[in-house]
Design a protein around this ligand. Sequence first.
Ligand SMILES: NC(=O)c1ccc[n+]([C@@H]2O[C@H](COP(=O)([O-])OP(=O)(O)OC[C@H]3O[C@@H](n4cnc5c(N)ncnc54)[C@H](OP(=O)(O)O)[C@@H]3O)[C@@H](O)[C@H]2O)c1
Length: 256
Amino acid sequence: MTDTNSPLVDLSGRRVLVTGASAGIGRATAVLAARLGARVTLNGRDATRLAETLALLAGEGHRTAAFDLSDTDAIPAWVKAQAESGGPFDGVAHCAGVQVGKPVRSVDRAFFDQILHANLLSALALARGFRQKGCHAESGAMVLVSSVAAEIGQPGNVVYSAAKGGLVSATRGLAMEFLRDGIRVNCVAPAMVETEMMERFRQTTTAEQFDAIRAAHPMGFGKPEDVASAIAYLLSDASRWINGVMLPVDGGYLAK
Ligand SMILES: NC(=O)c1ccc[n+]([C@@H]2O[C@H](COP(=O)([O-])OP(=O)(O)OC[C@H]3O[C@@H](n4cnc5c(N)ncnc54)[C@H](OP(=O)(O)O)[C@@H]3O)[C@@H](O)[C@H]2O)c1
């Protein structure tokens, strides 16, 4: 029988925490979530750039919450404080992340910890924070941002790939562990997206290398808004029967 109540992508009345909201994919996600009706809490480290994002948001009830997510042990209490002051969250979009390339011969413990903390342990700590009593609505959704780097071999990017691969596995595990809490957990895996992160990466390559990377993208590089759309869908009830998946948002990059 047809369900005439099939939900659309709508975040009206929802409260959403967006990390990495001072730039790139996180900023685009915050802008779209607000357009779709959400009250958005914007996280990043740079308060000035968070204020710039805040000025872009439609609607009311948004706020900034600057905090360094590399302090992973402090994340659950920070999420609790946000919920106590603004109400429980319906959704969390974890867009903050760090990419630094390094060949394995140069990888040491400090580098491993930096990349794993910023990309993977931050996600687990946010999930722990979101799950706490009073921090999430009756049905919640969490979206993590992995990468196609989780799925393919890339020289000089092994630690970042491992962190992003860990996010895909963590997505599945969290989705199962949080079932009884009413929280769905999914992740998106973008290919190259035109953000500051891409610009920093470009500085580490020759023009020829960068052209080859562009050529490997069947539909060209993505825009932050392309990823934001997928994240908004996974946050919304339109994806209410989707749980524990990794959604490539890559213009066909992994299909070729
Ligand atoms: N761009 C791509 O090609 C691409 C491809 C695949 C996956 N991704 C993933 O997509 C996500 C967003 O990437 P992007 O391209 O939008 O990156 P970006 O332009 O470099 O922005 C990164 C964001 O993360 C925040 N951030 C970094 N470390 C943080 C920390 N310790 N605490 C709080 N916030 C922190 C930054 O905020 P502050 O500077 O204010 O701290 C900034 O808002 C990342 O997880 C990245 O790995 C990107």
